[in-house]
Design a protein around this ligand. Structure first.
Ligand SMILES: *[C@@H]1O[C@H](CO)[C@@H](O)[C@H](O)[C@H]1NC(C)=O
Ligand SMILES: *[C@@H]1O[C@H](CO)[C@@H](O)[C@H](O)[C@H]1NC(C)=O
Length: 349
């Protein structure tokens, strides 16, 4: 029984491989060099269009959940760009030439979990981005984000952001995000910050790691002390891959006041902790994984039962044939005839 199951499984897998190979060949045969390829990754259906020299999003197969459009020449994200692909979960747009994102261009992507906009020329991120209900990872590294107005953010922001990368964005001040209860990893490196108040970190009550390399060396030593102290007390891992850590070991730094933890900080911290929630996307993802698994299993069982039925019919037919063979009457008649013939011959002879 088990071996049959394995054979069937292997057959099913082979089928998938063959299908993939065929669709790839068809694309090659059509001779269009700028075609996206399609495949599954992380259990999601993905379109892979990286480095094809494209300046707009081509028409994609429906139901795509991942789009890799890195290293192309996209300049603008218009409201219509992704309106047909509201099932997207991962969107990679790094290394394009994007300078403008229309205000609601990404607002329909309610399943979007990961967005990579690294190394474009974006100066302003639409606030609606921070309201996406499933967004966990946001990469904005390497954009000149100088025109961002953080007062436009409606707070608390709704996106359950766990990973936020705003490194190398030419920032001198970091925006006030409001509480970010889900945030685990924060990259603010390579910005020449003029200040970094402790209040900023108070709003990130689950933070595990912050990269501040090459970002705080222009801040006066004693001004950075409360933040460092806060991070140390909460055992947040802070990275300083430059000379800053030497400054933080100095005697001068040791004599700086620690800063006081006010009631307000405690209240914010408590509010942040109470706002932590299990990310919706996880629940949805596991649900869809179960749905897939059950669907697959049901399909497999139906196939298996069909096979059993066919096998059964084959057996029945075989048995029937065998019994029919047995039913062939003994050649008495023939014998009789031949003996009659013989008799006739004898008598005529
Ligand atoms: C933070 O961003 C910088 C610049 O983009 C990158 O080099 C660095 O590896 C990042 N830090 C971590 C810990 O990933
Ligand atoms: C803030 O909370 C800490 C510990 O969570 C406590 O030690 C401190 O006294 C509190 N500060 C104020 C001003 O309530």
């Amino acid at each position: 029984m088990y071996s049959v199951t394995w054979v069937l499984l292997a057959l099913a897998l082979c089928d998938v491989k063959v299908l993939n190979a065929e669709s790839g060949e068809i694309e090659e045969l059509t001779g269009l060099p700028k075609r996206c390829s399609y495949d599954y990754a992380y259990g999601y259906y993905g379109a892979y269009c990286a480095d094809l020299g494209l300046n707009k999003i081509p028409s994609l197969k429906s139901g795509v959940e991942i789009l890799d459009f890195s290293e192309n020449k996209l300049r603008e994200i218009k409201a219509t760009c992704f309106s047909d692909y509201s099932g997207l979960r991962m969107l990679y747009l790094a290394d394009n030439k994007i300078y403008h994102i229309e205000e609601n261009a990404l607002a329909s992507l309610t399943y979007l979990q990961s967005l990579d906009l690294s190394r474009n020329v974006i100066t302003h991120v639409p606030p609606s981005l921070f309201q996406l209900p499933a967004l966990k990872k946001l990469h904005l590294s390497g954009n000149p984000l100088t025109h961002m107005d953080s007062s436009a953010l409606s707070k608390p922001i709704r996106a359950p952001i766990e990973y936020l990368d705003i490194s190398d964005c030419g920032l001198t001040e970091i925006w006030n995000w409001g509480i970010l209860p889900q945030l685990l990893f924060y990259n603010i490196s390579q910005n020449s910050l003029r200040s970094l108040d402790v209040s900023h970190f108070v709003e990130m009550c689950n933070l595990r790691k912050v990269d501040m390399s090459k970002s705080i060396d222009r801040i006066r030593l004693c001004d950075i002390k409360p933040s460092i102290k806060w991070l140390q007390q909460r055992r947040v891992d802070y990275l300083l891959l430059d000379d800053s850590h030497v400054r933080l070991k100095s005697r001068e730094f040791a004599y700086c006041p620690d800063g006081t933890i006010t009631d307000e900080f405690n209240a914010t911290h408590t509010l942040c902790l109470s706002s932590y929630r299990v990310p919706v996307a996880d629940v949805q993802a596991s649900r869809s994984t179960w749905a897939r698994l059950c669907g697959g299993l049901a399909g497999f069982l139906i196939g298996f039962m069909l096979l059993l039925y066919l096998f059964h019919r084959y057996n029945v037919a075989k048995i029937k044939r065998m019994t029919e063979k047995k039913k062939v009457p003994p050649p008495i008649q023939g014998d009789k005839q031949s003996s009659e013939l013989l008799l006739n011959e004898v008598s005529s002879a």
